[in-house]
Design a protein around this ligand. Structure first.
Ligand code: CA
Ligand code: CA
Length: 306
């Protein structure tokens, strides 16, 4: 069942259920599957273990798509909310063709922070149906709070467990329905041959083939998963509600886990248009501070079922 909210976001009803969360693939298996990656990158995935059974006891609605630029603009205009990158004056990150990561201290793939960049401008063209980027965790919370007040139903970010449950949609594979990194070309916008043209330094990590988009894609450009959700992998990383803890899974509650009680960084999931296949797996966990705004990170909202 799909409903549409006051900002035109379509929300898919995800049933309650249970699933195996995380990944514990042995190093030898990962090395075979991802031969071009340095060993340290494969070793670092240990926070995805142990694989553990999680119950999701309540059905919920999840955004069928990432929040789009157009929807975020409607929110900003209707609410008067000033996104953090604008409010604090430091801006966001952006793509600049003349910027060279190799000659900068941070070695970052993008230029920033710079007031020139914000949710309105990640340095490349985005239409209203592209996923909004350069939005902070706090911005996501503000959007959820405003929508909740407007509609009288609770919106929030999904927990890490809800997110992975929705991403897997019944599958146990690395990607929804396949273990093959190359399968992403048909199901997700990630770091493909077209994207690697702009970052030749990382071309070894690009998928060999074309997914049709070097930067962001309009949401819903690829096949949905078994729950009918689009772009859970790729396009924009998605903030979750949880604090990050590298040993969170060893202390996870059986039902509806909410992650560590406190922390410094919030979990984001799913990878982006600029993300290598290793990091666009359903189980992969990454994180940033709640104030982080970046050219790769966006929002997908959950709406509770009354
Ligand atoms: Ca791509
Ligand atoms: Ca995504």
């Amino acid at each position: 069942m799909v409903i549409e909210n006051s900002l035109g976001m379509r929300m898919v009803r995800v049933p309650a259920g249970e699933f195996l969360m995380g990944s514990d693939e042995p190093l030898e298996v990962l090395t075979q599957a991802f031969p071009r990656y340095e060993r340290r990158r494969l070793v670092a995935l240990s926070d995805e273990a142990p694989v553990h059974r999680v119950g999701i006891t309540r059905a919920f609605y999840l955004g069928q798509h990432e929040v789009t630029v157009g929807q975020f603009r409607q929110f900003v205009q209707a609410s008067g909310y000033v996104p953090e990158s604008v409010a604090d004056g430091t801006g966001g990150y952006g793509y600049n063709a003349t910027y060279d990561p190799a000659t900068t201290q941070r070695g970052d793939a993008f230029e920033g922070r710079d007031p020139r960049y914000s949710w309105k401008n990640p340095g490349f063209a985005q239409g209203d149906t592209h996923p909004v980027l350069n939005v902070t965790w706090n911005d996501a919370m503000a959007l959820a709070a405003w929508l909740s007040a407007q509609e009288g139903v609770r919106y929030r970010l999904p927990t890490e467990a809800e997110w992975e449950y929705a991403c897997r949609a019944g599958s146990r594979t690395r990607y929804a329905g396949s273990d093959d990194p190359q399968s992403l070309l048909a199901t997700a916008n990630t770091f493909d041959t077209d994207a690697s043209v702009f970052w030749p330094r990382w071309q070894d990590q690009a998928l060999s083939g074309h997914d049709g988009h070097a930067f962001t894609a309009p949401v819903g450009s690829y096949r949905p998963n078994a729950f009918g959700l689009y772009d859970m992998l790729g396009n924009a990383w998605e903030w979750t509600a949880d604090w990050y803890g590298d040993s969170a899974y060893t202390q996870s509650s059986l039902n509806d886990p909410k992650g560590p009680a406190d922390g410094n960084v919030r979990v984001r999931r799913g990878g982006s248009w600029h993300t290598w296949a290793l990091y666009a797996r359903c189980a992969y966990r990454n994180w940033n501070t709640p104030q982080t705004r970046y050219t790769l990170v966006g929002i997908r909202l959950l709406r509770e079922v009354k």
